[in-house]
Design a protein around this ligand. Structure first.
Ligand SMILES: [Zn+2]
Ligand SMILES: [Zn+2]
Length: 353
């Protein structure tokens, strides 16, 4: 099989030939047909996260081993089954749940593999979808997407389930009670689509780029706020008609965390999703006085991905803008994403797809 791999952090991806794995036990081998290029791939590629005054969190210290084929928004066609793999057959097209854990602990057993203490996430700790083939641990990591556009469905495995899980943490809220989304990139547009699918009618979107705010408006945002200067929190409150019950911060940097926190009302929740980096100073008395919640949300669980796909199959999620590029252009696409030049999502496709 061929992979487009990170060989050295931050350096151009290299096309490598490696042995195609033979599925054993419950494993399933798939031919990759589609793979989304996600913002978090930039961090994996660059090899670190910014922890503010605590320095850097290095991917190597988290157990990431190079060379690595990144890519965790993967759709593929089943080509080979391990002897114990049940429930799929050769030729089936499936979306892959990439946030796999050890598969043995109590957390994995209840379906929350994304929270396993020994993660095996695809495209992070093992080869992902920037490749011709991909090996999946168990058939339960495969989701039937019949009737859906596979390029769009690929995005549900990361950006889709990530915002779905974050939205679940913000709920319940009245449909007309404003929810604020910070960041109008791929995640933000997915969040607007899913909020609308869930019947939410008041969505305020914040971003630093006018072009992205326009994309958010086109996707159905109720109002938008350009993040700039010291008064961003006041302008969010003004756009929402008062302090807000929930902010989902899809950027999650030092600046966004500040205005997101400052825009909350009593009982409000700040759900932190993005990995932009930096740090947050919390005035401690305000936490109890305002009964605030700050909660992190990391991707989503297998049940959440299944629930999301069910909603998508009912045609309730309007598509986000998708552009397709051949797999060979993985490195170029990554660089465009780094330069902030991508609206929506780019999906790498195999030549045959
Ligand atoms: Zn992702
Ligand atoms: Zn586990």
């Amino acid at each position: 099989m061929r992979i487009w791999a990170v060989v050295e952090s931050g350096k151009p991806l290299q096309e490598l030939d490696i042995p195609t794995p033979e599925p054993t036990g419950e494993q399933v081998l798939l031919e990759v047909t589609h793979c989304g290029v996600c913002h978090s791939d930039l961090h994996i590629w660059e090899g670190e996260y910014d922890l503010g005054q605590r320095g850097k969190l290095r991917m190597a210290d988290r157990g990431v081993v190079l060379p690595l084929a990144m890519g965790h928004e993967i759709v593929g066609r089943v080509t080979k089954l391990g002897p114990d793999a049940k429930g799929v057959k050769v030729g089936d097209t499936r979306l892959i749940f990439p946030w796999v854990g050890c598969g043995k602990c109590a957390i994995c057993a209840r379906g929350d593999e994304n929270l396993c203490l020994t993660p095996r996430s695809m495209g992070v700790y093992q080869h992902g979808g920037y490749a011709t083939h991909v090996l999946v641990a168990k058939p339960k990591h495969l989701v039937d997407i019949e009737g859906l556009d596979p390029a769009l469905a690929a995005t549900y495995a990361c950006s889709g389930v990530t915002v779905f899980s974050a939205i679940r943490k913000a709920m319940p809220m009245e449909p007309n009670d404003p929810i604020v989304l910070v960041g109008a990139g791929g995640l933000g547009l997915n969040a607007i689509a899913i909020l609308k699918a869930l019947g939410h009618r008041n969505i305020v979107v914040v971003d630093v780029a006018d072009g992205k705010l326009q994309a958010a408006k086109d996707a159905g945002a109720t109002s938008t706020v350009l993040a700039s200067g010291e008064d961003t929190a006041q302008r969010i409150v003004a756009a929402a008609g008062g302090p807000v019950g929930a902010v989902i911060d899809l950027v999650n940097g030092t600046q966004t965390a500040r205005f997101a926190f400052d825009a909350l009302r009593k009982g409000g929740k700040l759900i932190q999703v993005g990995l932009f980096g930096g740090e947050m100073n919390v005035p401690l008395p305000l936490m109890p006085m305002r009964a605030l919640t700050i909660q992190g949300s990391y991707v989503g669980s297998i049940p959440e991905l299944n629930d999301l796909i069910e909603i998508a199959k009912q045609g309730r999620i309007p598509p986000i803008p998708i552009a397709k590029e051949p797999m060979e252009k993985a490195d170029e696409v990554l660089n465009r994403l780094k330069d902030g030049k991508i609206v929506g999502r780019v999906i790498l496709t195999a030549q045959a797809a």
